[in-house]
Design a binder for this molecule. Structure first.
Ligand code: KIV
Ligand code: ZN
Length: 563
């Protein structure tokens, strides 16, 4: 912003709470969760959900484990009224799920709301009125505190009067001083206590006091101070569930909720992936998975986030950002080489150590949780672009295609694939990486092509004899070679044929995981005797011996292509 723009803003006043307790507390258990997707989410959607879509979303929320679900504002629109009626009349609300309905403290709306919940087994009736000085001045035309408090009291009285009109329904009561986040604390308290006095909750029949961060005007620590202050001063604290309802105007919905829980709140309202008005409501997935990542059970099951995201995006027509915590496309992806290296080492080591200690705590660099725990796969962890390193490329070849490359081969393969990604200026798919690896390093046939190789198995004095047919630069060469193994015999044959400019300096082989039936992979490193350069080649063949020879020919071809 320009300085002249900035001058019109003011700091937010802090709360005087010198003996605040929340900074020394930690979160040790999950709150009561309430999804408000079907109200806030729906109110905030450019294209609202149809009743069918809401029903699907409701079922999804139940399957995740929400036990309290705000189903809308039934007095505001027929769709919301009919939606709730369908849930009740078609017996779609699981026995352990309580539906919540929202309503302003206005008589006709409250009466209509009670018509909407009639017949539900259990329902939370959530009334609210706006309390902040800004709202009192602008929206209510300079209403006094007393007038605003009386609106709350009148609404609370009417609700109390209507509860007996729905005898089949167990009604739980909830009050929100809307715009709590910029209401003077003593006045928010006055309104809440006035409602508590009307409803007279008990420890056995608690009511909910919801303290909304309706608009985030300030930092999460001040929000926490406000919550702690309220928790200390509210009447009948042991008969209340104090609830948080944070929005995300400053991008701190999650932080404000977490600090609010430390400050004493018992309950959290929010939505999947933070949908909601303006910058959204609290992202419950984020807070719950943060808790899981500290070993806290939440009662919510986010083990199949891709499915949740898919349904959410389809029915809300919203999209989840690529960097969105836990669920975004890129959040378990490392492009940087050093990070890829660290992740690969971390995962490999964990795999080894798990054999000794199956209860090993999670500790892998750069990954706060195991992606598999939220339905993501390891494949997605490492992707290759021009900033990737050898470790990441080796990881992809290993995990995706079953090649366990020797460590000293990583730089050569990594550089080749890295240069390719750089030239293309984009990320490479795992199949492209495999194709590049094959094209450059595996079973190379030019300028040298191994046409035939037969081993005379009768070793004489520990030496084997091989019969070889080769093509080099299109010319056929035939001959024999002797050695203590097939590679050695072949090398001697090559020397006899005049190819003396290299020596074999390393050799590895293994069965190829996930490859075609029983294929083997072999890696041969040769040293160019002219310039000392070390070159790896790879061979793949059903026979481990042939794989080794093909690896040697590939290395030889690379030496002569590179020369
Ligand atoms: O954000 C808010 O203040 C609300 C209330 C109605 C709880 O949504
Ligand atoms: Zn809200």
């Amino acid at each position: 912003m320009k300085p002249e723009s900035i001058r019109k803003y003011r700091p937010f006043p802090p709360v005087s709470l010198p003996d605040r307790q929340w900074p020394d507390r930690t979160i040790t258990h999950a709150p009561i969760w309430c999804s408000v997707d079907l109200r806030d989410g729906n109110q905030a959607l450019p294209q609202p959900m149809s009743v069918e879509e809401k029903l699907e979303f409701f079922d999804l929320l139940c399957s995740v484990g929400f036990k309290q679900i705000e189903v809308g504002f039934p007095s505001a629109a027929d769709t919301e009224f009919n939606f709730l009626r369908r849930l009740i009349e078609e017996d779609r609300i699981p026995g352990d799920v309580t539906v919540q309905v929202l309503v302003q403290t206005r008589e006709h709306l409250i009466r209509r709301t009670f018509e909407a919940i009639d017949g539900a087994k259990r329902a939370i009736v959530h009334i609210y009125n706006s309390t902040s000085p800004l709202q009192r001045r602008i929206t209510f035309g300079d209403a006094t505190r007393e007038q605003i408090r009386d609106i709350a009291i009148e609404g609370a009285k009417l609700v109390k009067e209507l509860v007996p009109t729905v005898p089949q329904t167990e009604v739980v009561l909830q009050y929100s001083p809307e715009s709590f986040s910029d209401t003077e604390l003593d006045f928010a308290l006055e309104c809440c206590n006035a409602v508590i006095d009307v409803w007279e909750p008990t420890p056995e029949k608690k009511m909910i006091i919801n303290l909304p961060d309706t608009v985030q005007w300030t930092t999460p620590n001040i929000h926490a101070d406000m919550i702690e202050w309220m928790c200390r001063h509210l009447n009948r604290r042991d008969s209340l569930h104090v609830s948080l309802h944070t929005h995300n105007d400053r991008g701190t919905g999650t932080a404000a909720t977490e600090l609010g829980l430390m400050a004493g709140a018992d309950r959290v309202e929010g939505t999947l992936f933070g949908n909601g008005e303006r910058t959204g409501n609290l992202d419950i997935v984020n807070v719950a998975l943060n808790m899981n990542s500290h070993g806290i059970e939440t009662g919510l099951d986010f083990s199949d986030l891709p499915r949740l995201r898919h349904v959410y995006e389809r029915v809300t027509r919203m999209t989840v950002g690529e960097r969105h915590p836990y669920v975004g496309e890129l959040v378990f992806t490392a492009f940087s080489g050093s990070h890829q290296d660290a992740i690969k080492k971390g995962l490999d080591r964990r795999e080894r150590e798990l054999r000794e200690n199956p209860a090993l705590p999670w500790a892998v660099p750069y990954l706060t949780i195991d992606p598999q725990d939220v339905g993501r796969s390891y494949e997605a962890i490492i992707r290759i672009n021009s900033q990737s390193g050898k470790g990441g490329i080796a990881y992809v070849l290993d995990q995706e295609h079953g090649f366990d490359l020797p460590k000293t081969m990583h730089p050569q393969v990594g550089k080749y694939i890295y240069d390719h990604a750089d030239a293309l200026g984009r990320e490479l798919s795992t199949d492209e990486i495999r194709d590049l690896f094959f094209g450059r390093f595996v079973n190379l046939e030019s300028p040298m092509n191994l046409v035939d190789f037969e081993l005379d198995n009768t070793a004489v004095k520990g030496e084997m004899l091989c019969h070889v047919t080769l093509e080099v630069n299109g010319e056929t060469v035939r001959g024999t070679g002797k050695g203590n193994g097939p590679i050695n015999a072949f090398v001697h044959f090559l020397e006899e044929a005049g190819h003396k400019d290299f020596k074999v300096s390393d050799y590895r082989s293994h069965a190829l995981r996930g490859g075609s039936d029983a294929d083997s992979a072999a890696y041969v490193q040769i040293q160019n005797l002219g310039n000392g350069q070390l070159i790896w080649g790879c061979g793949v063949d059903p026979s481990i011996e042939m794989a080794g020879l093909k690896a040697l020919v590939s290395a030889w071809n690379l030496q002569h292509v590179e020369a």
